[in-house]
Ligand binder design. Structure first.
Ligand code: FES
Ligand SMILES: [Fe+2]
Length: 339
């Protein structure tokens, strides 16, 4: 018996039961069943050092990884020494090899074991187990992604929607800043709010003036979805690409705002905002204008849902077939991954 089932027909379907959000068991299960099996953003186009340590979702997956940029290729691997487990690289740095600061074991930039002092006579040594474990890695337009145990190659997560996003030249993007918002809500509540424009007229009055709600569209793909908002003149005001389970790429005429939803506890997340500007003259206008105000409006409503789903009188709801296809698709993916 699966834990949850969501009817594929949105007209018959009921939303995820509230225990998915309130029961800590599902928060724990989602680490290995959802987050370890999907793709996480590990760096943007601003990455420059030869060796860059990355902690994959600190406090949640908490996996120390290392991105190693060689002359011709970039690799991702475990950042944990195969001798006694020290984290190898603590800060971004330039180097021609990796040397452990505990007992001097050395690895190539590709993660191959090179040498180890005082190990003469050790049997079956070195073996492939002494190399650093490679981690699945993908690059798209300068953004780098890693997955601990991918259910599918990265291409399956982004190929189709990527074909829709051709207006911006990634080479022209300038990283201009990073902000963090702490939100008292389950990670999936934050994502499912992002996945529908249904709430725009009710929650975002200012945004509603620049987005033509009537023409707002949602397309769903295997592991992603794309929402498009048009302005009054019929031009694209914003495209909102969601990559399951927690990555949001928001494309505006001025550039890209990337949001990463990082689970902290069943009732808390940190949302990281990364801003990449291509056209400074139109920066922060239109649908990508006052993102801070929009974020605070979303936080207030999502935190209210977090309190509401604990109610004895609430368990599951229904979907709007015309406005909540993205949320329905997201719930179906969660139910499928949790199994
Ligand atoms: S832990 Fe790295 S050499 Fe001992
Ligand atoms: Fe919103």
């Amino acid at each position: 018996m699966p834990e949850f089932s969501i009817d594929p027909d949105i007209r018959r379907a009921r939303t995820l039961p509230s225990r998915f959000y309130t029961d800590a068991r599902f928060f724990e299960l989602s680490k290995e069943r959802i987050f370890a099996r999907t793709w996480q953003l590990v760096a943007g186009p601003e990455l420059s050092a030869t060796l860059t340590p990355v902690n994959l979702l600190p406090g949640f997956l908490d996996e120390p990884l290392l991105i190693s940029q060689g002359d011709s290729s970039t690799a991702c691997m475990s950042n944990v020494c195969t001798h006694r487990g020290k984290v190898l690289v603590e800060e971004p740095c330039e180097a021609s090899l990796i040397r452990c600061g505990y007992h001097g074991r050395r690895f190539s930039l590709e993660g191959k074991f090179l040498s180890m002092p005082e190990f003469e006579g050790v049997e079956d040594f070195p073996s492939p187990d002494d190399d650093l474990r490679p981690v699945a890695f993908a690059e798209r337009s300068g953004f780098r992604f890693a997955s601990l145990d991918p259910i599918s190659p990265f291409e399956d997560f982004i190929t189709e929607p990527a074909a829709h996003i051709t207006d911006l030249d990634p080479a022209s993007l300038k990283f201009t800043g990073r902000r963090e918002y702490r939100v008292h809500a389950h990670w999936a509540l934050y994502c499912e709010n992002y996945l529908e424009g249904f709430h725009i007229p009710y929650v975002h009055q200012a945004l509603n003036k620049v987005v033509d709600y009537g023409t707002y569209t949602t397309e769903t793909f295997r592991y992603s979805s794309l929402q498009t908002g048009f302005d009054e003149g019929g031009g694209v005001a914003g495209r909102y690409l969601f990559i399951f389970p927690n990555l949001m790429f928001n494309f505006y005429p001025w550039g890209i705002s990337v949001n990463v939803v990082k689970p902290v506890s069943p009732a808390e997340i940190v949302v990281e905002y990364l801003t990449y500007v291509a056209d400074e003259t139109s920066f922060a206008t239109g649908a990508g204008g006052d993102l801070d105000a929009v974020e605070l409006e979303d936080e207030a409503v999502v935190e209210s849902v977090q309190r509401g789903i604990r109610s004895r009188f609430y368990d599951r709801g229904r979907y709007s077939p015309t406005r909540e296809q993205g949320t329905h698709h997201f719930h179906r993916l969660i139910a499928g991954f949790i199994g």
